[in-house]
Design a protein around this ligand. Structure first.
Ligand code: NAD
Length: 248
C-alpha cells in the first residue's frame, strides 16, 4: 500500500460525489488515516465514518485563519502527526467578467486561494518541525485557458493564484523536506457542475477533449495519490494536467 502508516488532511471532502471524497477513499484504501475538513462539519463527520474506523471529520472554514488553526489542532490531537495535506476545497460561479462585484470576487478568492494559504500555514510549523510533508493543491484548467467552461474570471484568477502560491511554497519549504505540487483538472463530473451543462454545451466540450469523455473524481484522486506518496519523492513545484488532453 502506498500510504501505509501515513496521515492525511483533505479539505472540501464532505460531498459524496466530489473529488475530495474520492481522494479520501483512495487514501484510506492505501493505508492512510484521513481527516476530512469541510465547511459542512456534519457532512465531514459522515464522510469520515463512511471511510471506516480511525478517520475523522472536522468542521473548518478555510477562509478563516483561526478556524484553520483550530481544525488542524484537533487533527494533530487525534492523529499525533500529519504527513499529507490536500488543499481541495473550492467554489465556483458562472458569471461574466463585467458582472463580478467586490463581494463575489472576495468570496471566490477567499475559498480557492486564501484558503490554500491559511490551511497550509496552519500545518507548516508541524511539517517544518518534522522535516517532512507532502502538500498538493487544487488548481484548474480554468487557470490555464482563462475560464470558459463554468467558472468566471475571478475563479480563473484564483486558480492561477494557486499555481503561483504553490510554486512559491515549494521553493521556500523544500529545504524543510516539504514538497508542494498542483493539479489542474479539466471538467470533472461532480456536484460543482451537476445540472449546469446543457447537452449542446457538453457536446462542444467533448469535441475539445481527445480522450472523448469528461473526467470523473477518481481520475483526479489517482493523481493526488501519486503526489502524496513517495512515488513522487523528487517532484516539487510541478503542475499535473488531468484533463483528457484538453490543452493539446
Ligand atoms: P464539490 O462542491 O463537491 O467540492 C467542494 C467542497 O468544498 C464541498 O464539500 C464544500 O462544502 C467545500 N467548501 C466550500 N467552501 C468551503 C470553505 N470555505 N471551507 C471548507 N470547505 C469548503 O466540488 P468538486 O468538483 O469536487 O470540487 C473540488 C475542487 O476541485 C474545487 O477546488 C474545485 O474548484 C476544483 N475543480 C473542480 C473541477 C470540476 O470540473 N469539478 C475542475 C477543476 C477544479
Amino acid at each position: 500500500m502506498l500510504l501505509e502508516g501515513k496521515t492525511a488532511v483533505i479539505s472540501g471532502a464532505a460531498g459524496p460525489r466530489g473529488i475530495g471524497f474520492a481522494t479520501a477513499r483512495t487514501f484510506a484504501a492505501q493505508g492512510a488515516r484521513v481527516a476530512i475538513l469541510d465547511l459542512d462539519g456534519e457532512g465531514a463527520k459522515r464522510a469520515a465514518s463512511e471511510l471506516g474506523d480511525g478517520h475523522i471529520g472536522v468542521a473548518c472554514n478555510v477562509t478563516d485563519r483561526a478556524d484553520c488553526d483550530r481544525a488542524i489542532g484537533e487533527v494533530l490531537a487525534a492523529f499525533g502527526a500529519v504527513d499529507i495535506l490536500i488543499n481541495n476545497a473550492g467554489i465556483t460561479q458562472a458569471i461574466k467578467v463585467w458582472d463580478i462585484d467586490e463581494g463575489s470576487w472576495d468570496r471566490i478568492q477567499g475559498v480557492n486561494l486564501k484558503g490554500v494559504l491559511f490551511l497550509s500555514q496552519a500545518l507548516m510549523p508541524h511539517m517544518r518541525g518534522r522535516k517532512q510533508g507532502a502538500i498538493a493543491c487544487m488548481s484548474s484548467v480554468s487557470a490555464q485557458r482563462g475560464g470558459g467552461i463554468l467558472g468566471g474570471a475571478h475563479y480563473s484568477a484564483a486558480k492561477a493564484g494557486v499555481l503561483g502560491l504553490a510554486k512559491a511554497m515549494a521553493r521556500e519549504l523544500g529545504a524543510d523536506g516539504i514538497r508542494v505540487n498542483c493539479v489542474t483538472p479539466g471538467l470533472i463530473q461532480t456536484d460543482i457542475n451537476a445540472g449546469k451543462i446543457s447537452d449542446e454545451a457538453r457536446g462542444k466540450i467533448l469535441e475539445g477533449i481527445p480522450l472523448a469523455r469528461l473526467g470523473v473524481p477518481q481520475d483526479v484522486a489517482n493523481i493526488f495519490l501519486f503526489l502524496a506518496s513517495d512515488l513522487s519523492a523528487y517532484l516539487t513545484g510541478t503542475v499535473i494536467d488531468v484533463n483528457g488532453g484538453m490543452l493539446i
